[in-house]
Design a protein around this ligand. Structure first.
Ligand SMILES: Cc1ncc(COP(=O)(O)O)c(C=O)c1O
Length: 431
Protein backbone atom coordinates (compact mmCIF):
# COMPACT_ATOMS: atom_id res chain seq x y z
CA UNK A 1 0.00 0.00 0.00
CA UNK A 2 2.76 2.44 0.99
CA UNK A 3 4.50 1.71 -2.28
CA UNK A 4 1.36 2.46 -4.29
CA UNK A 5 0.82 5.83 -2.58
CA UNK A 6 4.48 6.80 -3.10
CA UNK A 7 4.12 5.95 -6.78
CA UNK A 8 1.05 8.20 -6.99
CA UNK A 9 2.96 11.13 -5.47
CA UNK A 10 5.91 10.51 -7.75
CA UNK A 11 3.65 10.25 -10.82
CA UNK A 12 2.01 13.57 -9.93
CA UNK A 13 5.47 15.13 -9.48
CA UNK A 14 6.92 13.62 -12.69
CA UNK A 15 3.95 14.58 -14.88
CA UNK A 16 4.86 18.24 -14.39
CA UNK A 17 8.56 17.72 -14.97
CA UNK A 18 8.89 16.08 -18.38
CA UNK A 19 11.53 18.50 -19.67
CA UNK A 20 13.69 17.88 -16.61
CA UNK A 21 13.30 14.14 -17.19
CA UNK A 22 14.52 14.53 -20.78
CA UNK A 23 17.53 16.62 -19.72
CA UNK A 24 18.39 14.08 -17.04
CA UNK A 25 18.39 11.35 -19.66
CA UNK A 26 20.91 13.33 -21.74
CA UNK A 27 22.97 14.14 -18.64
CA UNK A 28 23.28 10.46 -17.70
CA UNK A 29 25.11 9.87 -20.99
CA UNK A 30 27.75 12.43 -19.98
CA UNK A 31 28.08 12.72 -16.21
CA UNK A 32 28.32 9.79 -13.80
CA UNK A 33 24.77 9.49 -12.38
CA UNK A 34 23.90 12.58 -14.43
CA UNK A 35 25.01 15.18 -11.90
CA UNK A 36 27.80 17.73 -11.48
CA UNK A 37 27.64 17.93 -7.66
CA UNK A 38 26.93 14.93 -5.41
CA UNK A 39 24.19 16.63 -3.44
CA UNK A 40 22.16 17.49 -6.56
CA UNK A 41 21.52 13.80 -7.20
CA UNK A 42 17.82 12.89 -6.93
CA UNK A 43 15.92 9.76 -7.89
CA UNK A 44 14.29 9.37 -10.38
CA UNK A 45 15.83 12.60 -11.75
CA UNK A 46 16.72 16.10 -10.53
CA UNK A 47 14.96 19.28 -11.62
CA UNK A 48 16.72 21.52 -14.16
CA UNK A 49 16.56 25.21 -13.34
CA UNK A 50 16.47 28.00 -15.95
CA UNK A 51 16.48 31.16 -13.86
CA UNK A 52 16.15 32.59 -10.37
CA UNK A 53 15.36 35.88 -8.66
CA UNK A 54 15.27 36.86 -5.00
CA UNK A 55 14.19 33.81 -3.00
CA UNK A 56 12.66 31.98 -5.97
CA UNK A 57 13.75 29.85 -8.91
CA UNK A 58 12.02 28.27 -11.92
CA UNK A 59 12.61 24.96 -13.64
CA UNK A 60 12.53 24.12 -17.37
CA UNK A 61 8.92 22.95 -17.03
CA UNK A 62 7.83 26.31 -15.63
CA UNK A 63 7.45 25.16 -12.00
CA UNK A 64 8.25 27.84 -9.44
CA UNK A 65 10.05 27.12 -6.16
CA UNK A 66 10.88 28.95 -2.97
CA UNK A 67 14.60 28.16 -2.93
CA UNK A 68 16.44 27.03 0.19
CA UNK A 69 19.61 25.88 -1.55
CA UNK A 70 20.54 29.51 -1.99
CA UNK A 71 23.64 28.74 -4.01
CA UNK A 72 24.79 26.09 -1.49
CA UNK A 73 24.79 28.89 1.08
CA UNK A 74 26.48 31.55 -1.08
CA UNK A 75 23.37 33.69 -1.57
CA UNK A 76 22.66 35.35 1.77
CA UNK A 77 21.30 38.27 -0.28
CA UNK A 78 19.19 36.04 -2.54
CA UNK A 79 19.48 35.44 -6.27
CA UNK A 80 20.56 38.39 -8.37
CA UNK A 81 20.74 41.01 -5.66
CA UNK A 82 20.59 44.28 -7.65
CA UNK A 83 23.98 45.66 -6.60
CA UNK A 84 25.77 42.31 -7.07
CA UNK A 85 24.15 41.87 -10.48
CA UNK A 86 25.09 45.38 -11.57
CA UNK A 87 28.69 45.15 -10.37
CA UNK A 88 29.35 41.74 -11.92
CA UNK A 89 27.68 42.51 -15.25
CA UNK A 90 29.52 45.83 -15.57
CA UNK A 91 32.76 43.97 -14.91
CA UNK A 92 31.92 41.27 -17.49
CA UNK A 93 31.80 43.95 -20.15
CA UNK A 94 35.23 45.26 -19.10
CA UNK A 95 36.93 41.85 -19.08
CA UNK A 96 36.83 38.60 -17.16
CA UNK A 97 40.56 38.02 -16.69
CA UNK A 98 43.45 40.41 -17.09
CA UNK A 99 46.32 38.09 -16.26
CA UNK A 100 47.37 41.00 -14.07
CA UNK A 101 46.83 42.64 -10.73
CA UNK A 102 43.77 44.88 -10.60
CA UNK A 103 42.15 47.42 -8.30
CA UNK A 104 39.11 45.26 -7.52
CA UNK A 105 41.20 42.56 -5.85
CA UNK A 106 42.73 45.20 -3.59
CA UNK A 107 39.32 46.59 -2.63
CA UNK A 108 37.93 43.07 -2.09
CA UNK A 109 40.85 42.11 0.15
CA UNK A 110 40.55 45.37 2.10
CA UNK A 111 36.90 44.60 2.82
CA UNK A 112 37.78 41.14 4.14
CA UNK A 113 40.49 42.71 6.29
CA UNK A 114 38.05 45.27 7.68
CA UNK A 115 35.19 42.84 8.33
CA UNK A 116 36.81 39.57 9.51
CA UNK A 117 38.56 39.92 12.91
CA UNK A 118 41.42 37.46 12.22
CA UNK A 119 42.19 38.81 8.73
CA UNK A 120 45.50 40.64 9.10
CA UNK A 121 46.41 39.30 5.65
CA UNK A 122 44.34 37.68 2.89
CA UNK A 123 45.06 35.19 0.08
CA UNK A 124 42.34 34.52 -2.48
CA UNK A 125 41.60 31.05 -3.89
CA UNK A 126 38.91 29.84 -6.30
CA UNK A 127 36.85 27.71 -3.89
CA UNK A 128 36.33 26.70 -0.27
CA UNK A 129 38.06 23.37 -0.88
CA UNK A 130 41.16 25.18 -2.08
CA UNK A 131 40.99 27.48 0.94
CA UNK A 132 40.94 24.67 3.54
CA UNK A 133 43.66 22.76 1.69
CA UNK A 134 45.83 25.87 1.63
CA UNK A 135 45.15 26.66 5.30
CA UNK A 136 46.31 23.16 6.26
CA UNK A 137 49.45 23.61 4.18
CA UNK A 138 50.09 26.96 5.86
CA UNK A 139 49.75 25.41 9.32
CA UNK A 140 52.15 22.64 8.36
CA UNK A 141 54.69 24.98 6.82
CA UNK A 142 54.53 27.45 9.71
CA UNK A 143 55.03 24.84 12.43
CA UNK A 144 57.21 22.38 10.52
CA UNK A 145 54.85 19.61 11.68
CA UNK A 146 52.64 17.27 9.67
CA UNK A 147 49.51 16.39 11.59
CA UNK A 148 46.15 18.13 11.41
CA UNK A 149 43.43 17.58 14.01
CA UNK A 150 39.86 17.83 12.75
CA UNK A 151 36.45 17.30 14.24
CA UNK A 152 34.54 14.12 13.41
CA UNK A 153 31.80 14.83 10.88
CA UNK A 154 32.98 18.35 10.02
CA UNK A 155 33.00 18.99 6.29
CA UNK A 156 35.83 21.04 4.78
CA UNK A 157 35.44 20.31 1.07
CA UNK A 158 36.56 17.38 -1.04
CA UNK A 159 40.39 17.32 -0.99
CA UNK A 160 42.22 14.29 0.41
CA UNK A 161 42.83 15.63 3.94
CA UNK A 162 39.19 16.73 4.26
CA UNK A 163 37.92 13.26 3.33
CA UNK A 164 39.09 11.84 6.65
CA UNK A 165 36.73 11.32 9.64
CA UNK A 166 33.64 12.59 7.87
CA UNK A 167 31.16 9.78 8.55
CA UNK A 168 31.17 6.77 10.88
CA UNK A 169 33.27 4.68 10.99
CA UNK A 170 35.58 7.67 11.39
CA UNK A 171 38.73 5.67 10.77
CA UNK A 172 37.57 5.10 7.18
CA UNK A 173 37.67 8.10 4.82
CA UNK A 174 34.44 9.17 3.13
CA UNK A 175 35.85 8.50 -0.32
CA UNK A 176 37.89 5.88 -2.11
CA UNK A 177 41.25 7.00 -3.40
CA UNK A 178 42.66 8.60 -0.24
CA UNK A 179 46.25 7.41 0.34
CA UNK A 180 46.92 5.76 3.70
CA UNK A 181 49.83 8.16 4.15
CA UNK A 182 47.39 11.08 3.94
CA UNK A 183 44.93 9.46 6.33
CA UNK A 184 47.74 9.00 8.83
CA UNK A 185 48.37 12.74 8.96
CA UNK A 186 44.83 13.57 10.12
CA UNK A 187 43.63 12.92 13.67
CA UNK A 188 40.01 13.38 14.71
CA UNK A 189 38.00 14.06 17.85
CA UNK A 190 34.29 14.47 18.62
CA UNK A 191 32.81 17.99 18.48
CA UNK A 192 32.54 20.01 21.68
CA UNK A 193 34.47 17.46 23.72
CA UNK A 194 37.29 19.44 25.31
CA UNK A 195 38.61 16.45 27.24
CA UNK A 196 38.95 14.35 24.09
CA UNK A 197 40.70 17.23 22.39
CA UNK A 198 43.07 17.78 25.30
CA UNK A 199 43.86 14.07 25.40
CA UNK A 200 44.70 13.85 21.70
CA UNK A 201 46.78 17.01 21.84
CA UNK A 202 48.63 15.76 24.92
CA UNK A 203 49.37 12.48 23.16
CA UNK A 204 50.36 13.97 19.79
CA UNK A 205 51.09 17.68 20.12
CA UNK A 206 54.78 17.52 19.18
CA UNK A 207 53.53 16.42 15.74
CA UNK A 208 50.40 18.58 15.44
CA UNK A 209 50.52 21.55 13.06
CA UNK A 210 46.92 22.71 13.13
CA UNK A 211 43.38 22.21 14.34
CA UNK A 212 40.55 22.91 11.92
CA UNK A 213 36.88 23.11 12.86
CA UNK A 214 33.50 24.55 12.00
CA UNK A 215 32.77 27.11 14.67
CA UNK A 216 29.03 27.25 13.91
CA UNK A 217 27.06 26.12 16.97
CA UNK A 218 30.26 25.62 18.96
CA UNK A 219 29.56 28.25 21.63
CA UNK A 220 31.93 30.74 23.20
CA UNK A 221 33.09 28.56 26.07
CA UNK A 222 34.19 25.64 23.91
CA UNK A 223 35.91 27.93 21.43
CA UNK A 224 37.74 29.72 24.23
CA UNK A 225 38.98 26.36 25.52
CA UNK A 226 40.06 25.35 22.01
CA UNK A 227 41.82 28.70 21.61
CA UNK A 228 43.70 28.21 24.86
CA UNK A 229 44.65 24.57 24.20
CA UNK A 230 46.04 25.40 20.76
CA UNK A 231 47.82 28.58 21.82
CA UNK A 232 49.54 26.83 24.75
CA UNK A 233 50.91 24.19 22.37
CA UNK A 234 51.82 26.41 19.42
CA UNK A 235 49.15 24.77 17.22
CA UNK A 236 47.62 26.84 14.42
CA UNK A 237 43.87 27.23 15.00
CA UNK A 238 41.81 27.35 11.80
CA UNK A 239 38.13 28.26 11.70
CA UNK A 240 36.52 27.01 8.51
CA UNK A 241 34.04 29.85 7.93
CA UNK A 242 33.22 28.93 4.34
CA UNK A 243 29.54 28.72 5.36
CA UNK A 244 29.43 30.80 8.55
CA UNK A 245 31.62 33.67 7.29
CA UNK A 246 29.51 36.81 6.82
CA UNK A 247 26.39 34.79 7.83
CA UNK A 248 26.44 34.52 11.64
CA UNK A 249 27.54 38.13 11.80
CA UNK A 250 29.48 40.27 9.31
CA UNK A 251 32.71 38.94 10.84
CA UNK A 252 31.38 35.36 11.00
CA UNK A 253 31.48 33.04 14.00
CA UNK A 254 34.66 34.64 15.29
CA UNK A 255 32.79 37.91 15.73
CA UNK A 256 29.62 36.19 16.96
CA UNK A 257 31.43 34.14 19.63
CA UNK A 258 34.26 36.60 20.25
CA UNK A 259 37.07 34.09 19.70
CA UNK A 260 39.74 34.82 17.09
CA UNK A 261 41.51 31.96 15.28
CA UNK A 262 44.96 32.15 13.67
CA UNK A 263 43.58 31.38 10.21
CA UNK A 264 40.13 31.57 8.66
CA UNK A 265 38.88 29.95 5.48
CA UNK A 266 36.19 31.77 3.49
CA UNK A 267 34.18 31.21 0.30
CA UNK A 268 30.48 31.29 -0.70
CA UNK A 269 29.11 34.68 0.53
CA UNK A 270 32.65 36.07 0.15
CA UNK A 271 32.24 36.13 -3.64
CA UNK A 272 28.58 37.15 -3.78
CA UNK A 273 27.46 33.96 -5.54
CA UNK A 274 30.37 33.62 -7.95
CA UNK A 275 33.34 31.27 -7.52
CA UNK A 276 35.88 32.40 -4.97
CA UNK A 277 37.53 31.59 -1.68
CA UNK A 278 40.19 32.91 0.66
CA UNK A 279 42.51 32.12 3.52
CA UNK A 280 42.80 35.03 5.91
CA UNK A 281 44.76 35.28 9.11
CA UNK A 282 47.87 36.22 11.01
CA UNK A 283 50.38 38.29 9.07
CA UNK A 284 53.34 36.26 10.36
CA UNK A 285 51.78 33.03 9.05
CA UNK A 286 50.70 34.41 5.65
CA UNK A 287 54.21 35.86 5.32
CA UNK A 288 55.10 32.36 4.14
CA UNK A 289 53.66 33.34 0.73
CA UNK A 290 56.06 36.27 0.35
CA UNK A 291 58.60 36.48 -2.42
CA UNK A 292 62.03 37.61 -1.29
CA UNK A 293 65.29 38.43 -2.96
CA UNK A 294 66.83 35.29 -1.52
CA UNK A 295 67.27 32.16 -3.67
CA UNK A 296 67.31 29.91 -0.60
CA UNK A 297 63.96 31.30 0.61
CA UNK A 298 62.46 31.22 -2.88
CA UNK A 299 63.32 27.58 -3.43
CA UNK A 300 63.01 26.12 0.07
CA UNK A 301 61.35 28.63 2.39
CA UNK A 302 58.12 29.87 0.90
CA UNK A 303 54.73 28.42 -0.01
CA UNK A 304 53.89 28.59 -3.68
CA UNK A 305 50.36 29.48 -4.58
CA UNK A 306 49.35 30.02 -8.19
CA UNK A 307 45.72 29.58 -9.40
CA UNK A 308 44.39 30.91 -12.72
CA UNK A 309 41.15 32.29 -11.35
CA UNK A 310 42.34 33.57 -7.96
CA UNK A 311 40.65 36.94 -7.35
CA UNK A 312 39.32 37.10 -10.92
CA UNK A 313 37.77 40.51 -11.61
CA UNK A 314 34.17 39.29 -11.96
CA UNK A 315 34.16 37.43 -8.65
CA UNK A 316 35.93 40.39 -7.06
CA UNK A 317 33.27 42.80 -8.34
CA UNK A 318 30.44 40.59 -7.08
CA UNK A 319 32.25 40.00 -3.78
CA UNK A 320 32.80 43.72 -3.16
CA UNK A 321 29.14 44.50 -3.89
CA UNK A 322 27.99 41.71 -1.61
CA UNK A 323 30.33 42.52 1.29
CA UNK A 324 29.37 46.18 1.11
CA UNK A 325 25.78 45.12 1.80
CA UNK A 326 26.44 42.43 4.41
CA UNK A 327 28.88 44.50 6.45
CA UNK A 328 25.97 46.42 8.02
CA UNK A 329 24.78 43.29 9.82
CA UNK A 330 21.17 43.91 8.77
CA UNK A 331 20.86 41.10 6.17
CA UNK A 332 22.14 38.59 8.74
CA UNK A 333 19.59 39.75 11.33
CA UNK A 334 16.77 39.62 8.81
CA UNK A 335 17.71 36.09 7.67
CA UNK A 336 18.05 34.88 11.27
CA UNK A 337 14.60 36.28 12.17
CA UNK A 338 13.02 34.45 9.22
CA UNK A 339 14.91 31.24 10.02
CA UNK A 340 13.76 31.31 13.64
CA UNK A 341 10.17 31.81 12.53
CA UNK A 342 10.39 28.86 10.12
CA UNK A 343 12.09 26.71 12.72
CA UNK A 344 9.27 27.24 15.22
CA UNK A 345 6.62 26.58 12.56
CA UNK A 346 8.34 23.41 11.28
CA UNK A 347 8.80 22.03 14.79
CA UNK A 348 5.14 22.71 15.59
CA UNK A 349 4.04 20.87 12.44
CA UNK A 350 6.18 17.86 13.41
CA UNK A 351 5.03 17.89 17.04
CA UNK A 352 1.34 18.31 16.22
CA UNK A 353 1.45 15.27 13.95
CA UNK A 354 3.47 13.19 16.39
CA UNK A 355 6.36 12.94 13.96
CA UNK A 356 9.69 12.34 15.68
CA UNK A 357 11.95 14.97 14.23
CA UNK A 358 14.04 17.95 15.15
CA UNK A 359 14.34 21.14 13.22
CA UNK A 360 17.26 23.09 14.62
CA UNK A 361 18.46 26.57 13.71
CA UNK A 362 22.09 27.66 13.50
CA UNK A 363 21.91 31.35 12.71
CA UNK A 364 20.05 31.40 9.37
CA UNK A 365 20.54 27.72 8.50
CA UNK A 366 17.90 25.20 9.54
CA UNK A 367 18.79 21.55 9.83
CA UNK A 368 16.09 18.88 9.67
CA UNK A 369 16.50 15.47 11.29
CA UNK A 370 13.61 13.02 11.08
CA UNK A 371 14.41 10.33 13.61
CA UNK A 372 12.04 7.41 13.15
CA UNK A 373 11.23 7.08 9.48
CA UNK A 374 9.80 3.74 8.33
CA UNK A 375 12.08 3.74 5.30
CA UNK A 376 15.84 4.34 5.08
CA UNK A 377 17.06 7.89 5.79
CA UNK A 378 18.12 8.25 2.19
CA UNK A 379 14.69 7.20 0.91
CA UNK A 380 12.91 9.44 3.42
CA UNK A 381 14.98 12.42 2.30
CA UNK A 382 14.25 11.61 -1.34
CA UNK A 383 10.50 11.47 -0.74
CA UNK A 384 10.57 14.65 1.33
CA UNK A 385 12.37 16.52 -1.42
CA UNK A 386 9.82 15.36 -3.98
CA UNK A 387 6.85 16.11 -1.72
CA UNK A 388 8.22 19.60 -1.03
CA UNK A 389 8.83 20.23 -4.72
CA UNK A 390 5.17 19.38 -5.38
CA UNK A 391 4.38 22.19 -2.91
CA UNK A 392 6.81 24.56 -4.65
CA UNK A 393 9.75 24.39 -2.22
CA UNK A 394 13.26 23.13 -2.97
CA UNK A 395 15.94 22.22 -0.43
CA UNK A 396 19.01 19.97 -0.41
CA UNK A 397 17.57 17.25 1.83
CA UNK A 398 19.47 18.28 4.95
CA UNK A 399 19.29 22.01 5.50
CA UNK A 400 17.28 25.09 4.62
CA UNK A 401 19.54 28.05 3.93
CA UNK A 402 17.49 31.12 4.66
CA UNK A 403 18.37 34.40 2.95
CA UNK A 404 17.68 38.02 3.80
CA UNK A 405 15.07 38.15 1.02
CA UNK A 406 12.76 35.28 1.99
CA UNK A 407 9.59 37.24 2.71
CA UNK A 408 6.19 36.63 4.25
CA UNK A 409 4.76 35.02 1.09
CA UNK A 410 7.78 32.68 0.93
CA UNK A 411 7.37 31.75 4.58
CA UNK A 412 3.64 31.05 4.18
CA UNK A 413 4.19 28.93 1.08
CA UNK A 414 6.98 27.02 2.83
CA UNK A 415 4.87 26.28 5.89
CA UNK A 416 1.98 25.08 3.68
CA UNK A 417 4.30 22.91 1.58
CA UNK A 418 5.98 21.42 4.66
CA UNK A 419 2.61 20.65 6.26
CA UNK A 420 1.44 18.95 3.07
CA UNK A 421 4.72 17.06 2.65
CA UNK A 422 4.67 15.67 6.20
CA UNK A 423 1.06 14.56 5.70
CA UNK A 424 1.90 12.92 2.37
CA UNK A 425 4.87 11.09 3.89
CA UNK A 426 2.68 9.94 6.76
CA UNK A 427 0.06 8.62 4.37
CA UNK A 428 2.52 6.81 2.15
CA UNK A 429 3.95 5.02 5.17
CA UNK A 430 7.37 6.69 5.15
CA UNK A 431 6.79 8.29 8.57
C1 LIG B 1 32.36 24.33 5.74
C2 LIG B 1 32.77 24.09 4.33
N1 LIG B 1 34.07 24.13 4.02
C3 LIG B 1 34.50 23.95 2.77
C4 LIG B 1 33.60 23.75 1.74
C5 LIG B 1 34.10 23.55 0.35
O1 LIG B 1 33.80 24.67 -0.40
P1 LIG B 1 33.69 24.57 -2.00
O2 LIG B 1 32.44 23.80 -2.29
O3 LIG B 1 33.64 26.00 -2.44
O4 LIG B 1 34.91 23.88 -2.48
C6 LIG B 1 32.24 23.71 2.01
C7 LIG B 1 31.26 23.50 0.93
O5 LIG B 1 30.07 23.39 1.11
C8 LIG B 1 31.81 23.87 3.34
O6 LIG B 1 30.51 23.80 3.66
Amino acid sequence: MAQVRDEALQAQWAARRTKSAALAERARQIFPSGVTHDSRYLEPFPIYVTHAKGARKWDVDGNEYVDYWMGHGALLLGHNHPSVLQASSEQLAKGTHFGACHELEVAWGELVQQIVPSAERVKFTSSGTEATMLAMRLARAFTGKDKIVKIQGHFHGWHDYAAVAMEPPYDEPISRGIPKAVQNTVLSVPFKDVNALRAILDAHHPEVAGLILLAGGAGTEYLQDVRELTRERGIVLIFDEVVTGFRYAPGGCQEYYGVTPDLTTLAKILAGGLPGGAVAGRADILALFESRDDPQWQRFGRIRHPGTFNANPVSAAAGIACLNVVRSGEPQKQAIRTAERLQRAFQEILDQRGVHGIMSADASILALRLTDGKVSDRELTRRLRIALQVGGVDFDGASFKVSAVHDEADVQQTIAAFTQAIELLGKDGAL
